[in-house]
Design a protein around this ligand. Sequence first.
Ligand code: ZN
Length: 402
Amino acid sequence: MGSLLVDDIGELVTNVAGTGDGSPLGLRRDAAVLIEDGRVAWVGPARYAPAADRRVDARGGAVLPGFVDSHAHLVFAGDRAAEFAARMAGEPYTGGGIRTTVGATRAASDGQLRATVHRLVGEALRQGTTTIETKSGYGLTVADEARSLRIAAEVTAETTFLGAHVVPAEYAGRPDDYVGLVCGPMLAAAAPYARWVDVFCERGAFDADHARAILTVGQAAGLGVRLHANQLGPGPGVQLGVELGAASVDHCTHLSDADVDALASTTMDRVSGPATTTVATLLPGAEFSTRSPYPDARRLLDAGVTVALATDCNPGSSYTSSMPFCVALAVREMRMTPAEAVWAATAGGARALRRDDVGVLRPGARADLIVLDAPSHLHLAYRPGVPLIRQVLHNGVPQCRS
Ligand SMILES: [Zn+2]
């Protein structure tokens, strides 16, 4: 493949704390990045850059690690534009529309599901997302959950078994029976294709006892734990996630002081480091698309909690694949600084997936870089809705320009 030098970088976001300007973004000026074999081989002042076979000229644009979208639901069929329109006309969001997508997904062919996943991963990549997690959860039968994860695993290593998304209609009034299915044959069929197990722990979905049962057997099968928690109201999800050592609890819109303290306690453990941190992953696209109050990011950050931003890309409550959109929302609506939001969308997402090879630009990291059509990361929030991603390098390979 040869070596590749990215130079004429206006501002380099490394996310290596203590280097560059000393901020968490580790900003460097007049820097260059050398890429070899899909990995970052060297980062330093442009005037000392080693020779390389090829060159990417950033033309004074900012260069950042590719976005790490740690929460998405990409395996589905159909859309719910009509439900969105009804909601914007005043109807509340309850999560019940998930069953609409379950019906369409079960009826779809493998080829249809695969086409949707590829379309959305490509759409995300053009917007700078170089690592994306995706969940099952619209099949809700043994065969449909297994095939959802099998198709997801074709495009990402970050696959999550979410058989406990909702109780499907055929199990109405029999949630214990459905949880038994999830913990038994469904998990067994899904686990070979999954890295993570997740539960929608919410009133109207799965309670703490059900969530604990599912997550515990998932852990025993070798899967890491993540959790949809405290989205629609207060609940036990966040503290259950912390108790089980979840990599991330996602949504975190309705939190008690005890929830925040529990999350902060996992970040305070500097000895163990990111390996034991439970990240609070905020999904502002969901609040935007359901016209709901945003999570209090400032409260989490001020308490020392590690925060990630992700899209929650799904056909019902957040049909966006755009991390720049989420960064802009986080800054404007959630009072995150632009630096905090950019960190959360890159390094924060990597922590939420317990990855140290993405979301960061240092020697050895995966060569996932985005070049902005702007001189600084600030422009991602300052110029919302503008397609600023000029170039994406994924595994060191320049992608087609958008
Ligand atoms: Zn979700």
